[in-house]
Design a protein around this ligand. Structure first.
Ligand code: PBG
Length: 317
């Protein structure tokens, strides 16, 4: 009996469960308002104006939150990612314009430098090519304050630097932003599933990889628990496990361990695989996506960052 099955469902989805990632890029003039991302059908690099239109649409659908990623023209990139701190960069302008337009979704921002550095790594580098951890943490605090001033509600550091949550919390508090929250990418694996994102954000590392700061997937769940504990201890208001489907065991363990809400990121490669198979008629896209999102909830996710946020809100509406 369908009604009985509905009654007994242990997991239910709501548009509020989802965070929609958006890529915003500057340039104006020659740049189209919406540039499709080749490896992610249905995902775009938006101009600020087009981003606000998309945010209004998602808001009306009842999506819980959005998270902004800046896409930076090569000419504006440098060794330390200075443009990340520019109060009029695309992320800041979008935050302000969305608030002015009355968008009521929670405003989140990704805090990282890979979208702003000319070498594509997540912070300034030492002579040996490794990321300078402590300088990056100090700069992340500054980036968080810039975003907070522009109206971000939640800052999400994604660079896996040691002590990043403590640094950002301290910087926000010192600037009078005690009320702003931190969603830490606490458990983030060095993953091949981020490939399409790096096209979308134009942020591939120009040499090497991110294995020096992101986690090794061959390690067990214990290390993930330790990472989550550290970030919660430093004041993270929410933690994230990333990617999603290949790490359901980790999501389960972390969500049971910590007292703060645990999120997961259904990342670009996971999205691209579903899109490609669906385009070939090999799978039922909606069925696969809904099943995936229920798996996240079953594993303990409080919410999910997903490029399907808008579609999900429509399907659930
Ligand atoms: C930035 C960042 C990445 C993602 C989110 N923030 C890329 C990376 O670490 O290389 C990936 C998200 C996705 O694949 O959808 N550090």
């Amino acid at each position: 009996m369908p009604r009985l099955r509905d009654m007994l469902a242990d997991t239910r989805l709501s548009p509020l469960d989802f965070v929609a990632p958006l890529f915003v890029r500057g340039g104006g003039g020659a740049h189209a308002a919406k540039i499709p991302v080749k490896s992610m059908p249905g995902v775009y690099q938006f101009s600020v104006d087009a981003a606000v239109e998309e945010l209004k649409r998602l808001d009306q659908l009842g999506v819980g939150a959005y998270i902004l990623f800046g896409v930076t023209d090569a000419a504006k990139k440098d060794a330390v990612g200075s443009y990340a701190h520019h109060p009029d960069n695309e992320v800041c302008r979008t935050l302000k314009a969305a608030k002015d337009a009355g968008v009521g979704m929670v405003a989140m921002t990704d805090l990282c430098y890979c979208e702003y550095t000319d070498h594509g790594h997540c912070g300034p580098l030492s002579a040996d090519g490794t990321v300078k951890n402590d300088e990056t943490v100090r700069r992340l605090g500054e980036q968080a304050v810039v975003h907070a001033k522009a109206g971000a509600d939640v800052m999400a550091p994604s660079g896996m630097m040691d002590n990043m949550v403590a640094g950002i919390r301290g910087a926000l508090d010192a600037a009078g932003f005690e009320g702003k929250a931190i969603l830490s990418y606490a458990v983030k694996y060095a993953s091949s599933f981020y490939g399409p994102f790096r096209d979308a954000a134009e942020s591939p590392p120009q040499f090497g990889d991110r294995k020096g700061y992101q986690m090794d997937f061959r390690r067990g769940v214990e290390e993930a628990l330790k990472e989550a504990d550290i970030d919660v201890g430093q004041g993270a208001d929410m933690v994230m496990v990333k990617p999603g489907v290949p790490y359901l065991d980790v999501l389960r363990a972390v969500s049971q361990r910590v007292s703060v809400p645990t999120a997961t990121y259904h990342v670009s490669g996971e999205y691209a695989m579903i899109k490609a198979a669906a385009a070939n008629g090999w799978i039922d896209e909606k069925g696969v996506v809904l099943e995936t999102m229920h798996a996240f909830k079953r594993a303990g996710a409080s919410f999910v960052l997903t490029y399907y946020a808008g579609d999900l809100a429509q399907w659930l509406g």
